[in-house]
Write a protein of this length. Structure first.
Length: 139
């Protein structure tokens, strides 16, 4: 089995009034579909964007990213990495989630992510470090 890790960032097209409901829907779908495919990962959300790490078998990741790519809730999707990995980092999470909020803004801020410096503008290494830090904070 060949394991891959895919990372992308995008602008959020969620409308503020529906944001909470839509985020809950996205997570419900993601966790259901990912669990069926043994995909794990981390989704980060800021008011204006998303960044997501997906880990799993190459074919399942490609199929899942194909669905994510055509989802109108994203704009300007940028594929940042698709690499072979030996071990998944987010074992046990069908999709962990963290958003920029009062409790997490300190961690986001450490990595330079603020309402002014949006998550979809961040480079790969920053996003991976941020996801790792957020995962540690909740473990
Ligand atoms: C920010 C964001 C993250 C998403 N993450 C995942 C994911 O990890 N896995 C997944 O299957 N779908 C994910 N989706 C949902 C897909 O884009 C798509 O709506 C869904 O997979 C369609 O499934 P269905 O055709 O079975 O209803 C995500 C959508 C958004 C907007």
């Amino acid at each position: 089995m060949s394991l891959v890790r895919l990372v992308y960032a995008s602008r959020s097209r969620l409308v503020e009034a529906d944001r909470r409901v839509e985020l809950a829907r996205i997570l419900e779908t993601a966790r259901l579909r990912n669990a069926e495919r043994h995909i794990t990962g981390f989704l980060m959300a800021t008011p204006g964007g998303f960044a997501q790490v997906l880990e799993g078998e190459a074919g399942s990741i490609a199929e899942t990213y194909g669905r994510i790519m055509v989802d109108p809730r994203h704009g300007d999707l940028r594929l940042l990495a698709q690499d072979a990995i030996a071990h998944p980092q987010f074992t046990g999470w069908a999709m962990a989630f963290a958003e920029h909020s009062e409790t997490t803004q300190f961690i986001f801020g450490l990595y330079g992510v603020s309402p002014e410096a949006e998550i979809f503008e961040q480079p790969l290494d920053v996003l991976l470090d941020l996801a790792g830090e957020l995962a540690n904070a909740r473990a």
